[in-house]
Design a protein around this ligand. Structure first.
Ligand code: A3P
Length: 293
């Protein structure tokens, strides 16, 4: 894979998408999930890599260096809808995964998830992050990743984000519709980035209860130590340092890892405008996000 031509955004069944996530559409829709597959679903920049690594360590951290040490997280946890020239599709990687369970990542809005995941009653871990930090993180990701459309400057990108004219569409629809799905499909564990930041041990415990895992205190400590921001930033299997379409000199993939970095980006006027718009779009009192911890 080389640096990619920046893709253009288009409307795809009502959601802004690019060809890098729609080119393999029929195969994705026909993906055959297995009952023990675990789907990690997120809006981009919500902490996907963090939770993928937590799950990978919980399931496979003890199975020896040949599994754990060698392969990067994006191979161990394939990105289902990814279809970019020069690398195997996410769907093919998922089909070929030798592990049980298979950990599979998606950013798809809930209505686009292949139906076999629901039919097989797979467990789904959904991770959400507050909209302001998500927007900031997504802006920097767009700057450094040639597989993303040009983000323009911050004020331009923020406007696009609010209008849902970014890849995978509206943050507001994504988090709301996944929350709605959880009301009828009980196998969804809905987590928040802010909660993991606040107390990763507690969130790992909650994840384990959902997954039916009971690691020893020592194993839990090992996982918690392996998934700190600093550990993952140093770890070449989690920092995307070998991904040619990402220019880490522009902005590192493991950038800041903080709750509240939005305060360094939003002007007072942008913040007021954003809050006003947010109130109109986020009417469900059960779904509350923290913008600081
Ligand atoms: P920032 O850009 O705010 O630093 P995703 O994996 O969904 O693309 O999300 C990437 C974001 O999660 C980045 O946010 C990254 O730094 C953050 N992140 C990844 N691992 C983390 C960790 N162990 N602790 C805190 N934040 C983490």
């Amino acid at each position: 894979m080389e640096e990619l031509p920046r893709p253009t955004l288009f409307d795809f069944h009502g959601v802004s998408m690019t060809k890098y996530f729609t080119d393999n559409w029929d195969n994705i829709q026909n993906f055959k999930a297995r009952p023990d597959d675990i789907l990690i679903a997120t809006y981009p920049k919500a902490g996907t890599t963090w939770v993928s690594h937590i799950l990978d360590l919980l399931y496979f951290g003890q199975t020896g260096p040949e599994h754990q040490a060698s392969r990067p997280v994006n191979e161990k946890v394939p990105f289902l809808e990814l279809s970019i020239p020069g690398v195997p599709t996410g769907k093919d990687l998922a089909d070929r995964l030798p592990t049980t369970p298979r950990l599979i990542k998606t950013h798809l809005p809930v209505q686009f998830v292949p139906k076999s995941f629901w039919e097989q009653n797979c467990r789904v871990v959904y991770v959400a992050r507050n909209a302001k930090d998500c927007a900031v993180s997504y802006f920097h990701f767009g700057r450094m990743n040639s597989a993303q459309p040009e983000p323009g400057d911050w004020s331009n990108f923020l406007q696009l984000f609010m209008e849902g004219k970014v890849v995978f569409g509206s943050w507001y629809d994504h988090v709301n519709n996944w929350w709605e799905k959880k009301q009828t499909f009980s196998n969804i564990h809905y987590m928040c980035y802010e909660d993991i930041t606040e107390d990763s041990a507690r969130e790992i415990d909650r994840l384990c209860s959902f997954l039916g895992l009971s690691p020893s205190a020592e194993e839990k400590q090992r996982v918690a130590a392996g998934v700190t921001f600093d550990a993952m930033k140093q770890n070449k299997r989690t920092n995307y340092s070998n991904t040619p379409c990402m220019n880490q000199k522009v902005s590192p993939f493991m950038r800041k890892g903080k709750v509240g970095d939005w305060k360094n980006h939003f002007t007072v006027a942008q913040n007021e405008h954003f809050d006003e718009d947010y109130k109109q779009k986020m009417k469900n009192p059960a779904l509350q996000f923290r913008t600081e911890v």
